[in-house]
Design a protein around this ligand. Structure first.
Ligand code: LLP
Length: 421
């Protein structure tokens, strides 16, 4: 469920007509619903009721500070994957003890800054990284809490570019070597092992891969405890998928996922962390765009929008489907026609949808891409010197720009010209 719906013939975000925001901000822009963000966080939080837990929002999905503040106020911790994300979470007021640091290549500098600023734990991805954490923590006279990310060699049954739990993927240490690596960790100074971490991929639409991975983690917990390690925390990653179409998709719900967690690892007495990103932010955001032209091609009609692949890369990058709906509600029973929906960028990859059935649209009409809240704005670029589009947030009947559109001068003046030119 989200809070973008037609009311009186017009798409609303909570209590605000989307066209009113477009008139004020100008298209294209991203638009987030506070109520949806909070609701999705609460679904996870409630799903883990009865277990000691922390839901650490994977802020890579959508990292505007207004989003982080909204979720942190609801009780979320954060999962960060870079020094920039760590700094952003701290700037949004999230205390270090509620921030977990994931990511395959944490640098010396990132480790140092987050140890000084405070960190709940590092999810260690490799032995060389563990050695650096040990070295940096020792040099600071600190002890770094760590989990080690294990790669359980489980097929997440998702898009190859976002599957992370198979042995051929770059993530984590092979679960078969876990006992050896934990033994090594126990000998390193400046490190305190607190648990195990696993994350097998994103946009999972079945629970079975999670079950397989979590059962392996449960087994490993017992084995490590038998080896004398204190395992008090399990970070079970993110990855629960969302419906991208209104019609036939029904991925498992957070309650089913919570029950699965309780079934597989609930008996171990560990504190559980999860790192959902997409399910919290995905359907809490839309991308609003205006039709610039309707162009008749040889055998098809193109709907040329003012948003492009640089604003929403998912269709070009993953062949991802996003529902696209007119902002003015079409009359029921109105004829639909097929459009190739494209942006103005100079490559054919800048295509959002082919042969998409839509009511007849004309230049100037507004459309909304649904499910664009996660991996939308954060993956945008200024390709073709197109300014990053604004982000806007609604809360009941209010809206606020949470990232303004930069001017051309702001973009251009970031370049510095060498003295020989
Ligand atoms: N934890 C870790 C360690 C991750 O790598 C990820 C996502 C998450 C949590 C959050 O997963 P989620 O709950 O959002 O599925 N750009 C791609 C998705 C990349 C996901 C990367 N890692 C897309 O647009 O589909």
């Amino acid at each position: 469920m989200d809070h973008f719906m037609y009311r009186d013939g017009a798409l609303h975000a909570e209590d605000v007509p989307v066209s009113e925001i477009a008139a004020s901000v100008g298209a294209p822009f991203y638009l987030y619903s506070t109520a949806t963000l909070v609701r999705h966080f609460q679904l996870f939080d409630q799903a883990l009721d009865g277990l000691p837990h922390l839901v650490c929002y994977a802020m890579k999905a959508a990292s505007n500070q207004a989003i982080l503040k909204t979720l942190a106020a609801a009780g979320a911790g954060m999962d960060v994957v870079s020094g920039g994300e760590y700094a952003r979470a701290v700037a949004a007021g999230v205390p270090g003890e509620r921030i977990v640091f994931s990511g395959v290549g944490k640098t010396h500098e990132e480790i140092r800054a987050s140890l000084i600023g405070g960190i709940r734990q590092f999810n260690v991805e490799s032995e060389p990284e563990m050695a650096v954490i040990s070295e940096v923590a020792t040099s600071l006279g600190l002890e770094a809490p760590i989990t080690i990310r294990v790669n359980p060699d489980v097929d997440a049954k998702t898009h190859a570019k976002i599957a992370t739990g198979k042995s051929e993927n770059k993530f984590g240490i092979p679960i078969s070597r876990a006992r050896e690596v934990y033994a090594h960790a126990a000998d390193l100074p400046g490190i305190k092992v607190v648990g195990i971490d696993v994350h097998i991929g994103s946009q999972l639409t079945e629970l079975e891969p999670f079950r397989l991975a979590y059962l392996k983690v449960a087994e490993l917990t017992e084995a490590l405890r038998a080896d004398g390690h204190e395992i008090t925390r399990l970070d079970l990653g993110g990855g629960l998928g969302i419906p991208y179409t209104r019609s036939n998709e029904a991925p498992p719900l957070p309650t089913d996922y919570g029950n699965l967690i309780k079934e597989t690892v609930g008996h171990l007495g560990c504190e559980v962390e999860i790192e959902p990103g997409r399910l919290i932010a995905g359907n809490a955001g839309i991308l609003v765009s205006r039709v610039i032209y309707v162009k008749q091609g040889e055998d098809r009609q193109f709907l040329i929008l003012d948003a492009a692949m640089n604003d929403l890369i998912r269709p070009a990058m993953y062949d991802a489907h996003h529902d696209i709906v007119p902002v003015i509600e079409p009359e029921p029973g109105l004829d639909q026609v097929p459009y190739d929906i494209v942006g103005p960028v100079c490559e054919s990859g800048d295509t959002f949808a082919k042969g998409r059935m839509m009511p007849v649209l004309k230049a100037g009409d507004l459309v909304a891409f649904r499910s664009a809240g996660a991996y939308g704005a954060v993956m945008s670029s200024e390709y073709n010197t197109r300014p990053l589009i604004p982000e806007v947030m609604v809360h009941n009947d209010k809206f606020a720009v949470i990232r303004p559109r930069p001017t051309f001068d702001e973009i251009i003046n970031r370049d510095t010209i060498p003295e020989w030119l």
